[in-house]
Design a protein around this ligand. Structure first.
Ligand SMILES: Cc1ncc(COP(=O)(O)O)c(C=O)c1O
Length: 413
């Protein structure tokens, strides 16, 4: 029988952290920093390190099996973007991927070309692009509303010109959490003749990504926030990749997936990303009667369950905060289509570090500060070191944990 609501109790059995003596008992609300991993990922990592920890692809036996485990991930993970295997690079992190991509773009820039960055993004999708001024690019900043932390697309229009080469924006900020209208932005950027680079790190744990539907030229996210090992994945559209430089070894220039990965990423971690899809498959098997026809459909079914549950989780926290003297950054309604369940706020009465300490005393794991979205926190008029308190939830959080957080916040604020 199909189960229409996420069976969270079952979901939690898939994640050993919930029964580990050191982490059990903690409400993990720092998921935007890094998520727990399910057994499926741990099994592949363990097997790789135990049985195939040799140079892959070069010899028979363990070497071939290690290579095959990596190939399985290279074939499976592009579905997380709805992209083809040739379009996805596996790198050590998103910061490293955007850094490499920004170097590759240099050869396609002419003096005076314009690059638009926001002050809503994590610095990983700002700093590397701003450094293009070193090769003559003009940097323009698309600024948030300082009261809400939100971006307004009409303001982007006024920044675009026939010199626009690149626009870099977040799909959902790791602090403001609002989902930016990427396909609308892509249309504007392409009409101006530019490319669009999207940071999906804070969005990918909460929604299925479809780069075809979004229409962006590059999309990045980090698998250690989507229940996997510590890597960054990067989609690039074919014509964009062909127009920019090769950052890999010269003899690998013809290999699409090597062009933007100058360093070979950790082999065991590459292989273990396939465990993320194995986990989604297990979730699907548990909830749905019939098999999904494609991995894209599988991911979309599973994220449908996750989204409805996450929306239920964030509602009581947002409601409580609205009754306090606290400012929630971004959208205040618990609407999963418009915001991720990443709730950043600051109180006008209690300092963010005191709130964070009080939550920690109740075994609610979260953090405070600027979360490397320093420009955003400064634009909001806050001290970037004290910043906001952030409670970031994912689908394996449950109602009991949320109740505990709400009660603690009620007392603290
Ligand atoms: C929205 C966002 N973008 C980019 C990054 C950087 O990702 P990585 O740690 O993989 O470099 C983070 C990390 O927290 C993030 O939250």
């Amino acid at each position: 029988m199909t189960i229409s609501e996420l069976d969270v109790a079952w979901v939690r059995t898939q994640f050993p952290a919930f029964s580990d003596p050191q982490s059990a008992g903690w409400a993990h609300f720092e998921n935007a920093g890094g998520s727990y991993v399910p057994q499926q990922v741990i099994d592949i990592l363990t097997s790789f390190f135990t049985s195939t920890k040799v140079q892959p692809y070069v010899a028979a036996g363990p070497s071939q099996r290690g290579g095959a485990a990596m190939d399985r991930a290279y074939e499976m993970m592009p579905a997380t973007f709805n992209a083809a295997p040739d379009q996805v690079h596996f790198g050590p992190s998103t910061s490293q991927n955007t850094y490499v991509l920004s170097h590759a773009v240099r050869s396609a820039l002419r003096h005076g070309d314009e690059v638009v960055v926001t002050n809503q993004d994590h610095e990983a999708n700002v700093g590397a692009w701003r450094r293009l001024s070193e090769v003559g690019a003009v940097i323009k900043e698309w600024q948030v509303d300082p009261d809400t932390g939100l971006l307004d697309v009409s303001e982007l229009s006024s920044l675009l010109s026939d010199r626009t080469r690149l626009v870099c924006v977040t799909h959902a900020s790791n602090v403001a959490a609002a989902v930016n209208p990427i396909s609308e932005i892509a249309d504007l950027v392409h009409a101006a003749g530019g490319w669009l680079v999207v940071d999906g790190v804070a969005h990918a744990p909460h929604a299925a990504i479809d780069v075809t539907q979004l229409g962006c030229d590059a999309y990045v996210y980090s698998t250690y926030k989507t229940f996997g090992p510590h890597l960054g994945l990067m989609f690039t559209a074919d014509d964009f990749r062909d127009a920019i430089g090769n950052e890999g070894h010269y003899f690998n220039a013809a290999k699409p997936t090597s062009r933007l990965t100058p360093a070979g990423p950790d082999h065991a971690s590459v292989a273990a990303t396939a465990g993320i899809i194995d986990y989604y498959q297990a979730v699907h098997d548990h909830h749905f009667d019939s098999e999904a026809t494609t991995t894209k459909d599988l991911i979309s079914d599973v994220f449908g369950l996750f989204a409805a549950h996450e929306e239920r989780l964030m509602a009581p926290i947002l409601e409580l905060l609205s009754s306090k003297e606290a400012r929630v950054v971004g959208i205040v309604e618990a609407d999963h289509d418009r915001r991720a369940p990443t709730i950043a706020f600051h109180s006008t009465r209690v300092a963010s570090d005191d709130v964070w300490r009080g939550l920690g005393d109740q075994k609610i794991a979260c953090s405070h500060g600027n979360f490397y979205a320093r420009r955003l926190v400064e634009a909001l008029g806050l001290d970037p070191d004290i910043g906001v308190v952030r409670l970031s939830l994912v689908h394996y959080n449950d109602v009991e944990e949320v109740g505990r957080a709400v009660a603690a916040l009620d007392r603290l604020l």
